[in-house]
Design a protein around this ligand. Structure first.
Ligand code: MN
Length: 696
C-alpha cells in the first residue's frame, strides 16, 4: 500500500510547486471519513483512494486532481458532505469530487435505471473538466486490479462487462492506451476465463519454443537502423491476450494462423527519421500489403500519431512495427494526460483538442428522448470510426459503414438535404457506398433536392436518419393532401350540379372533419368513400340521375410523336402518364420514352432527344415500386390487399433484400397514371406492416 509520504514525494518529483499541505489534509480527511470501512481484499478502505491517486501520479497530474482522487469516494460512501469538501479544499476540488460522485452514482444504478437524464448531467459535468474522467478511469482501473477479491461471480462479471463496454472505450477515446489495455486484459480474464487461459498458455509455449525471440528481433531491427545512421530505441512486445482474442474472433482464424502476435516499436529523434526508418525497414523486409498507415500526416481524432506497418521478418513471422518520436510516444501512452501534465485547469482547451467531447455535448443538448440519447451516445462512444475528408481537407469522423449521405449531414444539415450525388476520391459513386478511412468526399448538390426516403435504407448515423425521417413525414402528409385534393376535384366533377359556396363547410360538419386538409388526407387514404363525400357535399345527390361514373381512360398516346412512329416505354424508369417524359431516337430503332430524371439518359447523350408529352387519352403504364415491409406474418398479404383494392395489377414481384426485421420487395404494377400511383403509395404508407413505399 502506498504511504502518505510516498504519495507526496511522487507528486513533488514532477511538480515542486504542488500544494503539499492540501494533499496531506486530503489524506487525513479520507482516512478519518472512511474510518474502519474495509475493501473486499480485507485492506482498510482508504488504501483504495490512495492507490487511485498513485495511478494518477504516474500520469503527472496536478495537485487538485490528486486530491480529488484521494477524496473521490468520501461523498458517496461516508458521511462527508460537499460543503465540507469545499470548505477544506476549495471550490475546484469540490466541483471535481462532485463530478466523480455523479459518475459513481450512475454506476451503482441497475442498467434500466441508468436514466439518460443522469447520463446527460454527468457527461456535461465531465465535459467541463476532463480531470473528472481521468480520476474515474483510475478508480475503475484500481477496482479492476482488485476485482478477484470480490466473492460474488455475478458482481465480478457485471463490473468486468461494464469495464469492457464503457470504461475501456472511454480510455481509448482520450488516447490512454495503457489504461485501456490493462482494463481489457483484466476484464477479458473475468469474462472469458477459458479463452484467456488458453491464449495465455499458448503465448507461454511460444516463449519456451523460441527463447527470447522478441528480444532477438528487436536487436536486429535496432542494428539495421543504426548501420544506416538512425539511432532508435526498439522495443518488442506480445500483443495482449484480449487483442489477440478479438483478432481471432474477427478474422475467424486460429492461434496458429494468427502470425502477428508480436508488435515492435521504434522510437526515433524526429519526424524525418520516422519516415527514414520506415524506408529502411521496407527496403530490408517484405511488406504485408494494406497494413501501412500514416497517422503522422493524418493523426487519429484523439491526437494519436505514429507510422504503422507490418512486415514479414526473417523468422517468417509477420510483425507489426510502430514508428514514432519520443513526444508522440508519451502522448500515445498517456493520451490527454500527457498534454495535461504541469498545466493549470484548462477545460476549454481540453474540449477543443478533443472534438468528441463537444460532439457528445451537442448530442446531449439536442437529443429529444432518452432512447435517442442512448442510441447517439453509444454510437458516439463505442462504434468503430472512420475518417473522411472534405475537399478542403477538413476531417469528418463517422461510424463504420457510413455513406456519403451520412458524411453530408455530418458536415451540415443543408448539405445533407441537398445531396444529389457524391464523388469519392474524384469518382462519382452511388450514395449508398460505404466510405472508407481516408476517403475524400465531395458532395454534389442541387437546390431543388430534398431528403429522399430511400436514403433511410442505408444511412447509419443518427443525425442523418433523424433529419430524413422528419422531412419524409411532413412531405408524405403534404403529398397525401395534394393527392386528396386532386381526387376531390374529380369527385366534384361527377356531381350532377355545381357546388354552392358553403358546400365544403357543410360537408366538413357532416363528416366531422376539423378542416379541409384532414378531409383531403382521408380521401387520399380512402378512409372516406367517394359516395360519402358526394353525399356530404350535396345530400341525396348520389341517388339522382346525372352522377357521372369515375373517369375511365384506356390508350396511351404521346404528343410530339408523328402518328405511326414506333415507340416503347423504357424498362429502366417505367414512365407512366403524368410523368415528364423525353424520347431518345437512335438510328433504325424505335423511340425510347424515358422519364426525365432517369439515370440512363446520361448514356443517351449521342442520340436525338425528342420533346414529348402524354396525350390526354393516355392510360396505363407499369410502375416499379420499392416497398419495405416488416418481417411478420401477413405483411405481404396486406401489401397485395392494398394493391388489389386500388385496382393495380401486379405484373411481377421480387424480393430485393432481407435485413433482419425488414424485407424489401420490388413490385411492378400496372397503374393508370401518376395520380393513381400516388394514391397507391399513400395507401401503402398508411398500412401498418409497411415501413416505407416509394416509386423507383
Ligand atoms: Mn473508488
Amino acid at each position: 500500500m502506498l504511504r502518505q509520504y510516498e504519495l507526496v514525494e511522487k507528486v513533488r518529483s514532477y511538480d515542486p510547486d504542488a500544494d503539499e499541505a492540501m494533499i496531506n489534509r486530503a489524506y487525513v480527511f479520507s482516512m478519518q471519513k472512511h474510518g474502519s470501512q474495509k475493501r473486499a481484499s480485507g485492506d482498510p478502505y482508504y488504501s483504495h483512494p490512495i492507490e487511485v491517486a498513485g495511478i494518477l501520479t504516474d500520469l503527472h497530474l496536478d495537485d487538485e486532481t490528486i486530491v480529488t482522487a484521494i477524496l473521490h469516494d468520501t461523498i458517496e460512501d461516508t458521511v462527508a458532505t460537499p460543503e465540507e469538501v469545499e470548505k477544506h479544499f476549495g471550490p475546484n476540488v469540490a466541483r471535481l469530487v462532485d463530478g466523480v460522485t455523479k459518475l459513481s452514482k450512475i454506476e451503482a444504478q441497475s442498467e434500466s435505471q441508468r436514466a439518460a437524464e443522469n447520463l446527460r448531467k454527468f457527461l456535461l459535468a465531465m465535459s467541463g473538466d476532463i480531470r473528472v474522467l481521468l480520476v474515474k478511469l483510475a478508480d475503475r482501473l484500481h477496482n479492476m486490479r482488485t476485482l478477484h477479491f470480490i466473492k460474488s461471480e455475478e458482481k465480478r462479471r457485471r463490473i468486468a462487462r461494464e469495464t469492457m463496454d464503457i470504461y475501456a472505450p472511454l480510455a481509448e477515446r482520450i488516447g490512454m492506451y495503457e489504461f485501456m489495455t490493462e482494463m481489457q486484459t483484466l476484464a477479458f480474464r473475468e469474462l472469458e476465463p477459458d479463452a484467456y487461459a488458453s491464449i495465455a498458455k499458448r503465448l507461454e509455449q511460444l516463449h519456451k519454443g523460441e527463447g527470447d525471440l522478441i528480444e532477438r528481433i528487436a536487436r536486429g531491427l535496432k542494428a539495421h537502423l543504426e548501420a544506416n545512421g538512425v539511432e532508435a530505441q526498439v522495443q518488442g512486445r506480445e500483443k495482449h491476450p484480449y487483442s489477440i482474442w478479438r483478432k481471432m474472433a474477427e478474422r475467424h482464424v486460429s492461434f496458429e494462423q494468427l502470425s502477428d502476435v508480436m508488435a515492435f516499436r521504434a522510437v526515433v529523434g524526429s519526424v524525418e527519421e520516422c519516415y527514414q526508418t520506415l524506408g529502411l525497414i521496407h527496403r530490408r523486409w517484405p511488406v504485408v500489403p494494406g497494413r501501412f498507415k500514416d497517422f503522422i500526416s493524418t493523426p487519429k481524432r484523439n491526437g494519436y500519431r505514429s507510422l504503422h506497418t507490418t512486415i514479414i521478418h526473417d523468422e517468417q513471422m509477420r510483425i507489426e512495427i510502430q514508428i514514432r518520436t519520443a513526444e508522440m510516444h508519451a502522448q500515445a501512452e498517456h493520451g490527454l494526460a500527457a498534454h495535461w501534465a504541469y498545466k493549470e485547469g484548462v477545460p476549454e482547451e481540453a474540449t477543443a483538442d478533443h472534438p468528441w467531447i463537444s460532439d457528445l455535448v451537442e448530442i446531449l443538448e439536442h437529443a429529444a428522448s432518452a432512447e435517442e440519447l442512448l442510441e447517439h451516445t453509444r454510437m458516439a462512444m463505442y462504434q468503430d470510426r472512420i475518417f473522411a475528408f472534405t475537399p478542403k481537407g477538413e476531417l469528418i469522423q463517422l461510424p463504420k459503414g457510413a455513406t456519403p449521405v451520412d458524411f453530408a449531414y455530418a458536415v451540415h444539415t443543408d448539405l445533407g438535404d441537398q445531396t444529389v450525388g457524391a464523388k469519392i476520391n474524384g469518382r462519382v459513386m452511388p450514395l449508398r457506398t460505404p466510405l472508407e478511412n481516408g476517403d475524400q468526399v465531395e458532395i454534389l448538390v442541387s437546390k431543388a433536392q430534398h431528403p429522399q426516403p430511400a436514403w433511410l435504407t442505408f444511412v447509419v448515423t443518427g443525425k442523418a436518419r433523424a433529419k430524413i425521417r422528419r422531412f419524409v413525414k411532413s412531405k408524405e402528409r403534404e403529398e397525401t393532401i395534394a393527392l386528396g385534393r386532386k381526387i376531390y376535384e374529380e369527385i366534384v366533377q361527377r356531381l350532377p350540379q355545381p357546388l354552392g359556396w358553403e358546400a365544403m363547410a357543410e360537408a366538413l360538419k357532416r363528416l366531422h372533419f376539423p378542416d379541409d386538409a384532414t378531409l383531403m388526407e382521408a380521401i387520399a387514404l380512402k378512409r372516406v368513400s367517394d359516395v360519402a363525400v358526394m353525399e356530404a357535399l350535396i345530400p341525396g345527390s348520389t341517388g339522382k340521375d346525372g352522377v357521372k361514373p369515375p373517369p375511365q381512360r384506356t390508350a396511351i398516346s404521346i404528343k410530339g410523336l408523328t402518328p405511326g412512329v414506333a415507340f416503347k416505354l423504357a424498362e429502366c424508369c417505367h414512365p407512366i402518364p403524368g410523368d415528364r417524359i423525353v424520347g431518345l431516337r437512335r438510328e433504325d430503332e424505335e423511340i425510347e420514352v424515358h422519364a426525365i430524371g432517369c439515370d440512363s439518359l446520361a448514356a443517351g447523350i449521342d442520340a436525338d432527344w425528342v420533346d414529348l408529352a402524354w396525350g390526354d387519352e393516355s392510360d396505363g403504364g407499369t410502375a416499379r415500386l420499392c416497398v419495405v415491409v416488416r418481417n411478420e406474418p401477413g405483411a405481404l398479404a396486406a401489401v397485395a390487399g392494398v394493391l388489389g383494392n386500388y385496382g393495380a395489377n401486379i405484373v411481377s414481384m421480387e424480393q430485393a433484400s432481407r435485413d433482419g426485421s425488414f424485407h424489401t420487395f420490388r413490385f411492378d404494377v400496372e397503374v393508370h397514371d401518376v395520380q393513381h400511383l400516388m394514391r397507391i403509395i399513400a395507401a401503402l404508407r398508411a398500412t401498418e406492416a409497411v415501413s416505407s413505399a416509394e416509386r423507383l
